[in-house]
Design a protein around this ligand. Structure first.
Ligand code: MLC
Length: 504
């Protein structure tokens, strides 16, 4: 197996003058320059004593140094840990402590917030602050010579990166993704989506998730193609760029596609020069699928993945892209539908839990053997917690979720995490967090609260309270008050009933 880092290194050697990366308003970075910047970043990590297996956390806005350190950390066998810049101190403290990160690379702007956190961490060795990481990105370490040759990790089981995913019953868990996982998944996507060296990706996703970092960015670099990056997604700007005919590939979540569609404002804008436009991280609404065909002359390709696996299923590049379906297993991936109680495989057409097997399935949760074991069936299939069915011709359709999970703007929010924070509020006697359907975001986080007797609580204050300890996207958008919750015989809140009465 040629590991994906070797494939990227081959491109750096074989086509050093080819454009690899460029921010929309930044300097071009060729594959040759990319190799130098990554090698120099790797030297820097080694100079700090970073060793294979050490966790290297990076909390930076979307910028070139983020990408350099990402590749550099994996190159020296360390474990890359990307962190959302929107995490407030409480969340960040948890991620750094749980992962035992040795090094944090962060924006100097956040120093006052970060120093008190990292100073208190036993395993932490250093925080490197970058000044204006966005501006300095192009020149970052480019004057580097001589070139040092790195032996890239060759053990497919070695952990390459760790991505935190929230849990239904616990604090977030670090999903360990190996070099072999990444290699298998990127090779499968390369084949299924027909990645080409002359592809140009317009990259508008965040790069601290599997979608923007692995599927999009690794996809382009592994193909020896070019990725042009937007620091943030601005629909009007992205639409102009897509019209410019400079690009062949675009990937987004439904909220981004919705905004692009709205930016067209009823005009017909032909984007059929785009070779591939994909949608994922949440269900693509049918009206958007058809709206895209009408407005842009594009049939979005919907696919299905998750942090623990990368991509699992995809509609075909050639052949029918079926509305409402997430397509078929990628090459090398096995998918089945099982009875949620007995885990017996179900025939086509019957609804059950989606389970996944393949070389792309993650190694396990960091330091959590029981949670890792619980994630798999007795015969080694990953329990996704998603409910769906397989049609007779092999297409899969998702029907819902077995787990208590909200997806807003393509980001997962686990209600228990929000409920824990709400319960800290002195005016809250009981609470339940639910997802209500929302045209723009897919779902909206809504908190239903039973106030403590005698306490006066208002919605604004509750939202502000949550935002102190949770990233803004996890905080409730709406707060409703109730006197009691619908409960089953065991006293468990019936969230489905609550959604019926509260989402309205
Ligand atoms: C931002 N906000 C959100 C939000 N994103 N609220 C709920 N859900 C979200 N996803 C908040 C902001 O903090 C802000 O709060 C307010 O909403 C309005 O912000 P905005 O400027 O309109 O939002 P914007 O920054 O434009 O972000 C929207 C977005 C972004 C859709 C571009 O959410 C995004 O990039 N989503 C993609 C997420 C992603 O990459 N998911 C992949 C996960 S991997 P305020 O009130 O403070 O101003 C995965 C596996 C797989 O799921 O299969 O892909």
């Amino acid at each position: 197996m040629t590991m994906f880092l070797n494939t990227i290194a081959d491109h750096c050697r074989n086509q050093p003058d080819k454009l690899a990366l460029q921010f929309i308003d930044g300097a071009p970075i060729t594959y040759g320059e990319l190799a130098k910047a990554v090698n120099r970043s790797a030297d820097y990590l080694l100079s700090l004593g970073i060793e294979p297996g050490d966790r290297v956390a990076v909390q930076l806005p979307k910028c070139l140094p983020f990408i350099y350190f990402h590749l550099a950390a994996m190159q020296i066998g360390a474990i890359f840990l990307p962190l959302n810049p929107a995490y407030p101190a409480a969340e960040l403290r948890y991620f750094l402590a749980d992962s035992g990160a040795r090094l944090l690379i962060a924006d100097a702007q956040d120093q006052a917030k970060l120093d008190p956190i990292t100073d208190a961490l036993p395993d932490h060795r250093k925080t490197t602050y970058l000044y204006k990481p966005g501006d300095s990105g192009a020149n970052w370490l480019l004057d580097y010579s001589p070139e040092r040759q790195y032996a890239l990790p060759s053990d497919p089981d070695q952990t390459a990166m760790m991505l935190y995913t929230s849990g239904t019953t616990s604090r977030p868990k670090g999903a360990q993704i190996s070099h072999g996982n990444l290699t298998a998944n990127i090779a499968a996507l390369h084949e299924a989506w027909g990645w080409r060296e002359d592809d140009a990706l317009l990259h508008a996703l965040p790069i601290f998730h599997v979608h923007g970092l692995v599927v999009a960015l690794h996809g382009a670099l592994h193909a020896g193609a070019t990725a042009v990056l937007c620091p943030a997604f601005v629909a009007e700007q992205a639409l102009e760029l897509l019209r410019s005919r400079r690009f062949t590939v675009f990937m987004g979540v439904p909220t981004m596609h919705r905004r692009l569609y709205q930016a067209a404002g009823g005009r017909r804008i032909d984007l059929s020069h785009m070779r591939l436009m994909t949608s994922g991280s949440d269900r693509l609404p049918d009206d958007l699928f058809f709206g895209y065909q009408e407005a842009f002359n594009i049939t979005l390709l919907e696919r299905y993945g998750m942090t623990e696996t990368g991509m699992n299923l995809s509609n075909p590049l050639r052949g029918e892209r079926r509305v409402g379906s997430v397509g078929m297993p990628l090459p090398g991936v096995s998918a089945r539908i099982v009875d949620p109680e007995t885990e017996a495989p179900l025939p086509a057409g019957e609804v059950g839990e989606v389970q996944i097997k393949g070389p792309h399935v993650f190694k396990g949760y960091w330091g959590q053997p029981e949670k890792t074991a619980a994630a798999f069936s007795a015969d080694g299939w990953l329990r996704t917690g998603d409910i769906g069915l397989r049609e007779a011709d092999g297409y899969f359709t998702l029907k819902g979720r077995a787990k208590d999970l909200i997806i807003t703007g393509g980001l997962n929010v686990y209600p228990p995490e929000v409920e824990l924070v709400l319960m800290e509020h002195p005016g809250v006697a009981a609470c339940a967090v639910i997802g209500c359907p929302d045209d723009e975001w897919g779902e909206q986080v809504v908190a239903v609260i039973i106030p403590r007797a005698g306490a006066t609580v208002d919605a604004e204050a509750i939202i502000a309270f949550c935002r102190q300890d949770l990233a803004a996207y996890k905080a409730p958008r709406r707060v409703l008050f109730a006197e009691e919750f619908p409960a089953n015989a065991l006293g468990k809140i019936q969230k489905a009933k609550l959604r019926e009465t509260c989402c309205g």
